[in-house]
Design a protein around this ligand. Sequence first.
Ligand code: CDP
Length: 806
Amino acid sequence: MNNLTPTREQRTAALEGLGCKRKRVEDIRFTQGKGNYVDDLKLPGMLHGDFVRSPHAHARVKSINSEEALKVPGVLAVITAETLKTVNLAWMPTLAGDVQMVLADGKVLFQNQEVAFVVATDRYAADDGINKVVVEYEPLPALIDPFKAMDKDAPVLREDLVGKTTGAHGPRKHHNHIFEWTVGDKDLTDAAFKKADVTIKEMISYHRTHPSPLETCQCVCSFDKIRGELTIWGTFQAPHVIRTVVSLIAKLPEQKIHVISPDIGGGFGNKVGAYPGYICAAVASIVTGKPVKWVEDRIENLTATSFARDYHMTTEIAATKDGKVTGLRVHVLADHGAFDACADPSKWPAGFFNIVTGSYDFPTAHLSVDGIYTNKAPGGVAYRCSFRVTEAAYCIERGMDILAQKLGMDPAELRLKNFIKAEQFPYHSALGWEYDSGDYHTAMMKMMETVKYAELRKEQAEKRAAFKRGETREIMGLGVSFFTEIVGAGPSKNCDILGIAMFDSCEIRMHPTGAGIARMGTKSQGQGHETTWAQIIATEIGIPADNIMVEEGNTDTAPYGLGTYGSRSTPVAGAAIAMAARKIKAKAQMIAAYRLEVHEDDLEWDIDGFRVKGLPEKTMSMKDICWAAYNSVPPGMEPGLEAVSYYDPPNMTYPFGAYICVMDIDVDTGVYKVRRFYALDDCGTRINPMIIEGQVHGGLTEAFAIAMGQEIRYDETGNVVTGSFMDFFMPTAVETPHWETDFTVTPSPHHPIGAKGVGESPNVGGVPAFSNAVNDAFSFLGSTHIQMPHDYWRNWRAAKNLGVFA
Ligand code: CDP
């Protein structure tokens, strides 16, 4: 070795592997405006489609007259449910086992429901066309309040289901009932409540909101009549699933369908499901033989594509008088809108809501969920959360604060007293999950020490006293939140989408020069997969991340995968990537042994290649092995160096975190100020700390939006009153608080590199932190629970209701 020989540290750093703050490779094109999104696609002869939508939330469609529309220059066709019936596509199956109208068939069930699809030579002509389609409606009473859905005299929404007493998830109790889902031990839980020293009961609502990615949902469909092939470019978070669904419902052979997700401008769950726009654009292309583009506008996206949350959770906790929890009972009224189009794994009608016991050692729990129909848009997607986990975290984290208030205990102390202890992992929760790993006490203590929690509580007590003396009109809240997430759907034994097990995949091909291409079944929508997936491979096989090209989103080239949502990419595809890389390494070891003329077992791995045990100068680098794989492999071995892995995880991963929000609220105006927000996340092994930080910043900003103002709100007739960014709170850099981030590392014991997901954790933990801060601020005035979102007006109203203006 001379002084030009790189050190071990230099060799490791050159790989830019696990733990490196590698700069995002995709940003080279994004920051120069060179991303390639669906709407950038311009094909020769391309047509444009746009929807006629219902102004009513509930109405019978008496007639649709397209005569005048067809006279508009450029308008070529108006597609209605009657047209779709000729190809058996008037209704489509949903991911939740229901069916959904593609275009209004006899009636409309929510405002802005798709009624007709106008196809024209350009978007402007299509828009002119939709204004000329005359639809005659007979308005019907709208059902908006979920608590009235199962009233005896509630209007019948789904006439197609009349007489059906069983749905996809069991018996239906009422004409607007979808399913009842129960988990846990009811008798044991009831007994715990009978014996309890202290109980709390509160109706905690998580309002309806929307993922609202900056790029709306869109597609271009192009049918090649000669080849009988359909190519769809779309904003799909799960392109392979879309291909399978299109094949099943359009009866086209799957190999003749090509689905391509180009760059995607945010998804957050909004781009998982199948929307009428995709079906109509495909049918229009098949009919006209021309490519057809459909691009939603903002109002359409907010009002007609998948919403999130809308869970109304009656929450009860039983405890001893010294604050040990003994039982949890939750009933959820789940408002699913007009069709049950929730994007959950098939067997989970309320997603993974049964993670609702959270981070606490509940000896027993019982959960029941009733899904119901209302005259609202369908959906129920995991908006930056893993299948109703954020609802569950909000429910238990508000519940714990309410219990602390009743017991007169500090909320942090109550949590510390009830945490699952590090030595209890793997931990079996009362509602059926096996938590893989965690060290909650360490995380909580780190948070409390960093923010000087005890001093903050002292300051709060002084401020409260000053408020009572009339010396200040400002109140202070400390929002503590400790969450446990469940991500990485999922083991095939309990998770599938339309019967397809939720594994994920990776294919790696190494080229002779020591470079390679890796393809996955996932699809980044901004999470930086092109950067981080290469980092996993770099550490596993000793090839610099820069030499690995990552490609996702083309069903013709990528191995079958279930896509990216619910922070499943790292837990599932991340594992598949490591396993595929290990197959490459195993073959590489055989090639190296042959070339170095030793037995394989005499080799050991050393950062970027193999060396002979005991003879450190006898080495072969991975780069050289790649070359050898194409010219001198051992006799009998196939040349080449590539591998595929389909990974079926043995369990989910359970990331966790300790958050705190310090907030000041002016009671006279309701104006709040987030003084400090500290977020500690534990996502196991950290692939790229810089990307994790970005994920946490983004997730916290969305949590801030949801907790403090963002809402899809309806008036009593079913009009959406927050249908644009004028009313739907979308924070900019001006409103967004400063974020402090921190971490602990508790690796997942079953993941090949110990990593857990992180993308949605900040949303899951952030919302209760904000809401607990507001509720904590008002609690000394006698309030127990104030519903979200906590905008200025609602804060002012809370102050008024609590008598501060008397
Ligand atoms: O499924 P999705 O990509 O939305 O979520 P994720 O698996 O939590 O990953 C989000 C981003 O954070 C990806 O670029 C991951 O590679 C990165 N990440 C990381 O660097 N380390 C982790 N332990 C988890 C995620």
